[in-house]
Design a protein around this ligand. Structure first.
Ligand SMILES: [Zn+2]
Ligand SMILES: [Zn+2]
Length: 223
């Protein structure tokens, strides 16, 4: 058995690409000066595949999402090499759950005092997504200069750890403050929401086609 692609994506996205050990929030993507990059994240087994491995039980652990936790190489080595009992399965489950809860709570919306405040927040997130697209996306200068580079891998990770969560933040923020929008703005927001949901789905199950980002939403959100 091997860890499936979608399990890796789910772990990476829900952990926002950072180590799950609460005392080590290390970001797990390394970006080199030439724009290329790679992930140093490791999918650590809570219960080792082998009964004699770390936290091994009577039977080995499986490669499913529930038995894996995203760690940096150092934390992975620490929990696997420490004397038995120092890092029990319960501790690793706690790390993972706590980390994913923190990542999720980062997505919840607040209410704003004014439409300008809401738009400032949304515009900031759209801007971050746009910057990532132009730096790491398929049309970025590095990607065009060296189509054989591994930039598409960095782009795939950024979509999961930043762009999809930013889209969720935008949807939550606008929906919590929807009365600020006029009907035209609300309409382009719903177009954006349709795009964002399909975009997220596309990361896990390739869609032949999905609605593009509506540029008019960006214009409507200019503070
Ligand atoms: Zn391990
Ligand atoms: Zn770590």
């Amino acid at each position: 058995m091997a860890i499936s692609d979608n399990t890796i994506k789910l772990l990476w996205g829900r952990a926002a690409g950072t180590c799950s050990n609460p005392s080590c929030p290390t970001a797990l993507t390394v970006i080199l000066k030439d724009g290329s990059g790679f992930s140093v994240g490791e999918m650590a087994h809570v219960i080792a595949s082998s009964p004699t491995g770390p936290r091994g039980g009577d039977t080995g652990g499986n490669d499913e999402y529930e038995n894996l936790v995203l760690l940096c190489p150092t934390c992975h080595r620490t929990v696997d090499k420490a004397p038995a009992g120092a890092y029990p399965a319960a501790t690793l489950h706690q790390w993972k759950q706590g980390h994913e809860t923190r990542v999720r709570s980062n997505l919840t919306a607040r209410t704003y005092e004014s439409v300008a405040e809401l738009k400032t927040y949304v515009a900031l997130l759209l801007n971050e997504n746009k910057t990532l697209l132009s730096s790491f996306g398929p049309r970025s200068p590095f990607a065009e200069a060296d189509p054989g580079s591994n930039l598409h891998e960095v782009w795939a990770l950024r979509k999961l750890d930043t762009i999809v969560p930013n889209n969720t933040r935008i949807i939550n923020a606008v929906e919590a403050n929807i009365t600020f929008l006029n009907s035209t703005e609300a309409e382009v927001f719903f177009q954006f929401k349709t795009h964002a949901q399909a975009f997220e789905c596309h990361q896990y199950t390739r869609l032949d086609t999905y609605p593009m980002f509506p540029v008019c939403f960006e214009e409507a959100m200019l503070p």
